[in-house]
Design a protein around this ligand. Structure first.
Ligand code: SF4
Length: 210
């Protein structure tokens, strides 16, 4: 993150998608387009699959029970949600919580790549199988590969990607909880965000003070 102060938590209007109707089924099922949240110069970018019911309702990625787990893991790693940026592969809720189709992922790729290019984060963390396979362009056995770091060509450059299970996996399988928390701690360490004095952990980011 830049050290020139400013409102790091503010959403940059450039990264908002004010209107988009490329995916007819998702336009039908969504209440709104759910853009990424967090500083537009964040060093740590989390990428999920797409909005679920709560995200669609509230207009923010990773809220509800999955978001609670992610927030807890971030706090455990000494970070606050406001220290990181969180986005999704598709910005509109698929019907019946189905996975986004290949076409829908491709349709929304440009929005995600613009976000990655603008942030140029130190580290991208994929939350779950769908975003991991989408960004790496290969099949991923996410439970086995979670915690691994790979390079992927994204938005015109080679970028470091840390693979992770989806936080919801810890709700259905408690044995995955420790691994998920360790992966988020690793994300903080690799991105350098957790090392900074004043970084999060108390729900209030103080990075803007430096
Ligand atoms: S998912 Fe992305 S590409 Fe599809 S309609 Fe929504 S914003 Fe547009």
């Amino acid at each position: 993150m830049s050290e020139d102060g400013g409102d790091g938590a503010a959403l940059d209007e450039d990264l908002r998608v004010p209107s988009c109707e490329r995916c007819p089924a998702l336009v039908e099922s969504r209440s709104r387009i759910v853009d990424g949240v967090g500083p537009t110069d964040a060093d740590l970018l989390f990428v999920g699959e797409g909005p679920g019911a709560t995200e669609d309702e509230e207009g923010e990625p990773f809220v509800g029970r999955s978001g609670d787990v992610l927030d807890e893991a971030l706090r455990d790693a000494g970070l606050a949600r406001a220290d990181v940026r969180i986005t999704n592969c598709v910005r509109c809720r698929p019907p019946d919580n189905r996975d986004p189709t290949t076409d829908e992922l491709a349709n929304c790729r440009g929005h995600l790549e613009s976000e990655i290019e603008r942030l140029a984060p130190e580290l991208i963390v994929t939350l779950g199988k769908v975003p991991s396979e989408h960004l790496l362009d290969r099949s991923v056995a996410i439970t086995g590969e979670s915690g691994g770091v790979v390079d992927a060509r994204l938005a015109g450059e080679s970028r470091r990607v840390l693979l992770s299970v989806h936080p919801a996996a810890t709700l259905y399988d408690r044995s995955q909880r420790d691994g998920f928390f360790e992966t988020i701690a690793r994300a903080a360490e690799l991105s350098g965000v957790g090392d900074r004095e004043g970084s999060g952990g108390d729900g209030q980011s103080r990075l803007g003070e430096f």
